[in-house]
Each structure stands twice: as C-alpha cells, then as structure tokens.
Design a protein around this ligand. Structure first.
Ligand code: ZN
Length: 137
C-alpha cells in the first residue's frame, strides 16, 4: 500500500498554480491535465503522461519535484519548506541530470528526472527519446 501523494493528486493541485508557473502556456497545459484527470477518474493509469507533461516545463517540473520530495519526508512542515525552495532548487544542485531531445535546435524543453527510475520522455516533435546532456553552467 502507499499513502504518499499520487501524481494524479499533484496534477489536481498544480492546476491552480499553472497561471503563475507558466503564464501564457498555462491554459494549454491545464487543458491537457484536465483530460488526463478525466482519464484517471475513469480508472486509467496516467501517471506517466502527467510526469511527461509536467516535466516539459521547468517551472512545473520543479514544483512537482518539490511536492514529491516534501511528501517523501512525510511531514507537512517539509512540504512547506519545499515550496519555499522552489526557485533555487535546480540551480543550486551541481551535476543534476538533464535530458533533452537529441535534435539540435528542438524546441522541447529540458527534462529533469526525479530519480533514476523515472521513464525518459519522448520528444513529441521528433518522436525520439530524450538523451542525457551535460548540465550547462
Ligand atoms: Zn525534438
């Protein structure tokens, strides 16, 4: 059994944050999330799709990551701390794994795995699996 927060719950929560996190891109992401949540309610497993969707934008990826990390410490206090550290989280971590579409100039955004078991996303434009790239500094 697991009583940690599921990606579906995170997806529900993040919808209210999207305008702030993504600004003009929020609506498109919100519409996709709404569809995925409908599927989830119908009993489909949409964790992977939610992960890919939120992973496409660094703001939502960081938010999701902080949320998951906060929960894994199983204390509400740590969730609050996670929220506060949103901005500097990735920049402050050296050697963070970073993935991108292998096609140079692709407009897909970088993706940052939460842990090594995360499935690598596929570029929707080129249908190619993302490749690990050196973290830029
Ligand atoms: Zn691509």
């Amino acid at each position: 059994m697991t009583d940690s927060m599921s990606l579906v719950e995170i997806a529900r929560e993040i919808r209210s944050q999207l305008p702030e996190l993504l600004r003009e891109q929020a609506e498109a992401v919100d519409q996709t999330l709404a569809k995925l949540l409908e599927q989830a309610e119908a009993g489909e497993d949409v964790d992977y799709e939610i992960r890919i969707l939120l992973g496409k934008h660094q703001a939502t990826d960081t938010w999701k990551r902080d949320r998951l990390q906060g929960i894994s410490l199983d204390s509400l206090d740590s969730v609050d701390k996670g929220f506060n550290s949103l901005a500097g989280d990735i920049a402050d971590t050296p050697n963070v794994a970073k993935y991108a579409c292998p096609i140079e100039g692709c407009s897909s955004l970088f993706w940052f795995p939460i842990d090594v078991s995360d499935p690598i996303p596929v570029c929707e434009t080129h249908n190619l699996e993302f490749k690990r790239v050196a973290a830029s500094s």
